[in-house]
Design a protein around this ligand. Sequence first.
Ligand code: APR
Length: 311
Amino acid sequence: MDKKITVVGAGNVGATVAQRIIEKELADVVLIDIIEGVPQGKALDLKEAAPVEKHDADIIGANTYEASANSDIVIITAGIPRKPGMSRDDLISTNAGIMKNVTQQIAKFSPNTILIIVSNPLDAMCHVAYEASGFPGNRVIGMAGVLDSARFRAFIAMELNVSVENTHAFVLGGHGDTMVPLPRYSTVAGIPITELMSEDRINALVTRTANGGAEIVSLLKTGSAYYAPSSAAVEMAEAILKDKKKILPCAAYLDGEYGFKDLFIGVPVKLGKNGVEEIIQINLTESEKAALQKSANSVQDLKNILKKLAA
Ligand code: APR
């Protein structure tokens, strides 16, 4: 392939991201993990599946960063996942250290790359990567909104017994309990769901979406979701690699947009070859604005914790 994506973290999310990328022949993949043998073993296993899956993308595993040099995109999934009873925020001290170290290595070998951050707590990890890389804000993007919107879409399709392909949804804000699903902008074949479902049912789906990650954690017991998170990260990577100018909800660096400054939070962005090419500012009602503000406050709280950890 003429494109290269490095995936850091060869656990559940990282290995599934790698699999999806090569099976779509989007790019060659370098899979990096701190555990010796794991990225090499998973890469070889995936390489041996290629003849049956009928693709020619290359994949190698590594424990150091030399092989990642000059990647077009780097997807960072390194870190610990949640266990039942934990919130994403409980991961902050461990994952901040991992994110800083990984990002510095990546920036050294791929100074022009675009980072897609997946590790949690997502918005705070974007900040760590932004500061550790020194990259401009358009080249550090967090994966959250595509996943949260996909969950909302899945629930809408299940509720109305329609194809998921007919659904469209927007979830903004931080990737946590304060996320802001926007029913007004969520549609089935172009029809707002506010015209198709009662307020009670919409509220039930909104609540299920906000707790979507925790629902999976409580079922799996030993880790967190990875099929839908990997699909979401790969949709973002594909939009960038193919310069699709696709509008997707992502955690983006805001510099005054929506009234927030120096903050990563989920908003609709246009993704193309330069990463975030535009932050789309949609009109929000007073209550939607208040919900976004509340979500931004909780991201700001995590930023303050990061400052304390760094001190
Ligand atoms: N460098 C590289 N890899 C690392 C490092 C590091 N410094 N520290 C940990 N890892 C690797 C682990 O060895 C493990 O293989 O990250 C991988 C994480 O994989 P899993 O434990 O399976 O976790 P996963 O479910 O993939 O979630 C990863 O994504 O969705 C988020 O909340 C989730 O923060 C978590 C991350």
